[in-house]
Ligand binder design. Sequence first.
Ligand code: HAS
Length: 563
Amino acid sequence: MKTELQAPLQKIVLIELLVPLALLLFGAYHGVLQVLYRAGVIRATSFAGIEYYQGLTLHGVINAIVLTTFFAVALGQVLVSQELESPISVLGSALSAVLMLLGAVMAAAMIFLGKATVLYTFYPPLKAHPIFYAGLAIFVVGSWIPLYTFIPVYLRWRKNNPGKKTPMAVVGMFATFIVWQLCTLPVAYEVLVMLLPWSLGWTAGINVVLSRTLFWFFGHALVYFWLLPIYVLYYTMLPRLAGGKLFSDFAGRFSFMMFIVLSTPLGLHHQFADPGISSAWKGMQMVLTLMVAIPSMLTAFTVAASMELGARARGGTGLFGWWKKVPCFCTDNWLFSYLFCGLAIFLFGGVTGLINASYSMNNVIHNTAWLPAHFHLTVGGPVFLGILGMSLFLITGILKKPVVAPKLAVAVPYMWMLGTFTFSTGLFLGGLRGEPRRTNLGLTYLNPASPAYRPDWWISTHIGAVGGCIMGLAILTYFIVLIRSLAGAPAAALEREAFAVPLSETYHDENVPALRNFTPWITAAVLLIVVAYAVPISDIVKGNYKGAPGYAPDNPVAIEKAP
Ligand code: HAS
């Protein structure tokens, strides 16, 4: 029997899960408004006191940065202390939570006040209030701390358990935070050395190419920082929830190590259209981007094989007949449906990622509606559903409360899947016809009174709007389940047992010594980053570009004089 998470850490984890979920209400509301603006249902620059781009910034920052980072930290704290059977520092965890909350409040306050309408990518020349940048920096520093609370616990465990394999969940959480540590250093530089002084008026003008490059150095690794905690759930929980075992221990460990090496040196695939960077380096990073799909493909096969093991153990037969025994709608096992629907959505998110990554095809879809379609099938698919499901599981588990209305709980991921598929169909179609992303279409292209009117975009934007509304409904249903469960009393049977995350056994337990040590993989990652970025960054610095003045997103005229 695993020991239960210590009481103060339980409180910290609950705060780290519940606060971002409460903020998600705003984040999700602005998502629904987005599709209504895009379809021309709302034809205005603002709605209920919040401007279009301000709402879009809230949507991105809350959903893609705040919710995901808090979740990774909370999950890491739970799994590392559970699997290494040793408490992690409460002081360190509390400090991390306080800094992250402070940073999130500072950034959110500036967005709500309309002083940081810079979208979640916050790249210049869009300019925000200094408190927004300071908030971001504090938030990131807070999210660095957990790794340093995990390391001493891990070293102690290794000393006491010589020769034993590090538990898979710990390997996955370490991979997550190693990637995070590597990729956040350049964005910390961008925020502290470039954006903050610029926003304070201490420096005139900003080097847009350099700051975008530093952002995307961080920005693509960020997507794997979102994904890896969910892969931890796929490798360690899903096989057990499916009634089986993890098909291959090697596949999990190898995938996590591959992500350490390959998550960062490929951010230029977001900048294929940017000037000032040689095509040769863009091409090289394209190859690395295609390579980072390999651990995901490995994951697809391993997870499918694990589900097959479970289904056959439950009486499934035949080449495809075993699918009937996969517990897709089982209410006692409601968490499975969140992970399963996430996987099904990710099939399409992954394939469209490969299209984006191809240098030539990227020209067709870059900055079109295709992009939000892609990322609502990735971060908005497996990641978001994994966060929703696992947060409900952890919150109710720690509070020893049963999940009320498990049928509704199971309905949520299917509604979400229907919503994202519909939404993305609309946006993929629109993107291929040139519909731009991040644009208030209702005022222009979807407005019959405008000379820019594009009636051929009506269908795609309306399909998107229907999908977006279904997604909104799924989130509302989730909150009904969560709030009703929180309002319920603890169950006596649950109170008698220590709460622990149920993890899978392994079917093929291969022993590969090279996967037992992080050091060579981290070294390879650093070397590859240097190879992929040294020349492009040095070229940009040598380019000595003229600094750009600040801009607001709704005005083509700069908000200040050019330096
Ligand atoms: Fe991406 C842009 C390429 C994965 C998120 N991506 C974005 C943006 C976001 C994002 C947010 O190369 C927009 C950023 C912005 O605001 O501008 N992406 C890729 C590639 C992958 C990929 C090659 N992306 C992700 C993940 C994300 C994410 C993961 C979030 C978590 N992406 C790009 C590129 C761009 C981009 C370009 C820039 C484009 C531009 O022009 O701006 C790969 O890692 C994907 C590999 C995945 C697979 C799928 C494996 C399938 C699995 C499921 C198996 C299912 C089973 C169940 C077993 C190969 C694991 C079956 C059951 C049934 C019932 C069928």
